[in-house]
Design a protein around this ligand. Structure first.
Ligand code: PBG
Length: 325
């Protein structure tokens, strides 16, 4: 036997020379769930170790993330039922809890990149990402766009560095880009949820925000899990429309899509390691079936290997702590 691949695995130092990919704290983006009030920190039952937090706690965690080298957070709001309506009006209230939080976080930690969520569902009495036709129950694409535009501008005004539309309406990247530019926010970036699948792995997130659809499912706008060619089409459109970053979501079951987009994309590719994936690793390790730390680091490294440039993950804080040891 002349060729022995094991020679390159002989020692840790040789393995480190041969290693193709490395996970860094600077690859990570931490999603955080904001609630109203002060000194509030509620554990999400389907996401042990993850919390809904009031702004004071969000600030503390964000400072810690930044000091560990995590460059960005993605903030999501939990809105009280009383403030929800069919138009998601609270989403473009410049004085809303979300906008207020964005302002304060940007003021306190200006160098931490703040990514805001552009989607109706946390504010919608229907729990959908688009406006629902009252008669037919259909999700109205073009009627949703002005709402997303107003939401994005309101977030940019509050100081968001990057707005992230997670709704999957057609044409929303171009619409949001024009709305931002017209309002003078030419430097506010767009991270588009480009290939967002109609996945069962979002369950815990919908628990966290109480944002599950009241009726129906999201299959007329989120992608069919059976498809990958369609992801390339979505990516081409989003890039043409002005997306600064594109994203694949969920992560672990869609590594092939991450690979496909990373090979064709002219903009950086993000992946969202979603709530259900987090819950799986937590649950298995709680039962003693997996080594949590090793499984998390292996999962995050796999995203890098698949070609992702950045990873939204609820493991960001703990992973950054381990990487800093
Ligand atoms: C909705 C949104 C969802 C997630 C992020 N934004 C859920 C959905 O589409 O129903 C899921 C994230 C996760 O599961 O971690 N705009």
């Amino acid at each position: 036997m002349m060729i022995r691949p094991r020679r390159n695995r002989k020692s840790e130092s040789i393995r480190s020379l041969a290693r193709e990919n490395e996970l860094l704290a600077s690859d990570l983006i931490m999603p955080l769930f904001l609630i109203e009030g002060e000194n509030q920190k509620e554990e999400i039952s389907s996401m042990p170790g993850s919390y809904r937090m009031s702004l004071d706690h969000i600030l503390k965690v964000s400072e810690k993330l930044y000091s560990l080298g995590v460059p960005a957070i993605a903030l999501f709001p939990a809105i009280e039922e009383a403030k929800k309506d069919r138009y998601a009006s609270e989403s473009f209230n410049d004085q809303g809890i979300y906008q207020n939080a964005v302002k304060i976080i940007k003021k306190e930690i200006p160098d931490l990149t703040l990514i805001t969520d552009v989607a109706m569902d946390p504010y919608s009495s229907d729990g959908h990402d688009g406006l629902v036709d009252e008669k037919t129950g259909e999700i109205l694409n073009d009627e949703t766009l002005p709402i997303l535009g107003k939401m994005a501008v309101s977030q940019a005004k509050a100081g968001a560095d990057i707005v992230a539309p997670s709704d999957m309406m057609d044409g929303r990247v171009a619409f949001i880009r024009s709305a931002l530019d017209e309002a003078g926010f030419t430097d506010t970036g767009i991270l588009s949820y480009t290939a967002k699948y109609a996945s069962s792995f979002y369950g815990p997130f919908r628990d966290a925000l109480n944002s599950a659809p009241k009726k129906g499912d999201k299959k007329t706008y989120q992608m069919d899990p059976a498809n990958s060619r369609e992801a390339i089409r979505e990516a081409e459109l989003d890039i043409q429309e002005g997306a600064d970053f594109i994203m694949v979501k969920p992560g672990m079951p869609y590594l092939d899509v991450v690979r496909a987009l990373s090979e064709v994309s002219s903009v950086p590719v993000a992946v969202y390691n979603v709530s259900g994936e987090y819950a799986m690793l937590r649950a298995a390790s709680k039962n003693g079936w997996l080594d949590y730390r090793k499984a998390v680091l292996e999962t995050l490294l796999a995203f890098k290997r698949a070609g992702a440039d950045m990873i939204l993950t609820y493991h960001a804080l703990e992973a950054a702590e381990w990487l800093n040891e």
